[in-house]
Design a protein. Structure first.
Length: 142
């Protein structure tokens, strides 16, 4: 798989994560509202920045980043989840942990593939962010 293909799959997953984190931000309720509302906002802002960085990296190496919702859904391994039933804040955190674990696995695979060093460095930095989020969210879950 080429570097552009790997980075486009990452871009697609970031697009889906961005939507899912916004959804949690919009719909979270209960005693943990303020804490989780802020957490999801922080996370979707980070994802937005990462999305832009990866897409720009694709352009720098002569590729074309995926840029439509249809492309995101077709390439993403993280699946969208329509908000059809009310979820607790805990359930939202559990879903986010599962998505972040899947994404971290994708980042690790890309890092250890034959991509160029600059792209690899970008992904290593991103992986560190998800390592920390997973640690803090798993600690929250107990």
């Amino acid at each position: 798989m080429s570097t552009v293909q790997r980075l486009n799959e990452i871009t697609a997953n970031l697009g889906v994560l961005y939507a899912k984190l916004h959804q949690h931000h919009f719909y979270v309720k209960g005693q943990e509202f303020y804490k989780l509302h802020e957490l999801f906002e922080t996370q979707y802002n980070e994802v937005h920045e990462q999305f832009d960085e990866v897409a720009e990296r694709i352009l720098m190496i002569g590729g074309k980043p995926v840029s439509t919702l249809g492309e995101f859904l077709a390439l993403a391994t993280i699946k969208e989840a329509p908000y059809t039933t009310e979820k607790t804040g805990r359930q939202m955190v559990e879903e986010t942990v599962a998505d972040f674990e899947l994404f971290r696995t994708q980042l690790e695979a890309a890092i250890h593939s034959d991509i160029d060093e600059v792209s690899q460095d970008l992904l290593i930095g991103m992986k560190a962010v998800y390592d920390k989020h997973l640690w803090t969210m798993k600690s929250y879950l107990g």
